[in-house]
Design a binder for this molecule. Sequence first.
Ligand SMILES: NC(=O)c1ccc[n+]([C@@H]2O[C@H](COP(=O)([O-])OP(=O)(O)OC[C@H]3O[C@@H](n4cnc5c(N)ncnc54)[C@H](O)[C@@H]3O)[C@@H](O)[C@H]2O)c1
Length: 250
Amino acid sequence: MTKNVALITGAARGIGLATTKLMLGRGWQVAMLDRDSDELASAAEGLEGARPFICDVSFAGQVEETFAAVLETFGRLDAVVNNAGVAEFGPIEETNFAAWRRVMETNLDGVFLVSQASIPALKQTRSALVNIASISGLRASTLRVAYGTSKAAVIQLTKQQAAELGEYGIRANCVCPGPVRTKLAMAVHSQEIIDAYHDAIPLNRYGSETEIAEVIAFLCSDQASYVTGQVIASDGGFESTGVGLPALRT
Ligand SMILES: NC(=O)c1ccc[n+]([C@@H]2O[C@H](COP(=O)([O-])OP(=O)(O)OC[C@H]3O[C@@H](n4cnc5c(N)ncnc54)[C@H](O)[C@@H]3O)[C@@H](O)[C@H]2O)c1
């Protein structure tokens, strides 16, 4: 029986690794892409059905070469998850152009490049693109001029993809995670930010990698066969609420 194949970027740790494991457990094969070669090698070790591919998604040449290698290895692609991301937080006036570009080249250019490279293979299988944005792309906050703007752009890019690729049977959807205690988040979440998130989230806690992976896996699956162009926040209710939550807590 032919197994479905997912390509997941930023798969060496965090949400990407959790998604890899969840999908392997559901019978998928996974091409794990990451630019951190050491972490990728140790993450992929012992994962049956997964193969690591070292790739920096912000370089068009590397993306092109990696797609050729992935297709040679697996012969098909049934889902592409654009999960690789970086976070740098800082005030607008102190965010220099180099920091802005570092965020944009992975979070936005990377999604554009990987998605474009995947179109021929996804046309063959009439399957799924899932882009990982953030609640920071849905609601503005301080310190996120580059990160939040990159994620808002990913949301719009997803809608553009859904509009244009639907005629080929390709679905494009976007997941906006709330805060998860990964290396990325813990590097930029001060205690004040952690407290603020707890206050602003109806479920009153951070999410787990697996809780985000469940939503991604659903959107990759045939169970979501009539879902495209959607933005789904897996965020403990953050996006839906306004002021007053802490005042009403007992
Ligand atoms: N953790 C959170 O709180 C949170 C919240 C909202 C959105 N997100 C998004 O979820 C995604 C995954 O984040 P995470 O928290 O698991 O982070 P993480 O730092 O644990 O993992 C990100 C992975 O992406 C890889 N990566 C980064 N840039 C790359 C590039 N240019 N090419 C290839 N690989 C690259 C890293 O090496 C790393 O393995 C990101 O897009 C992030 O913006 C995370």
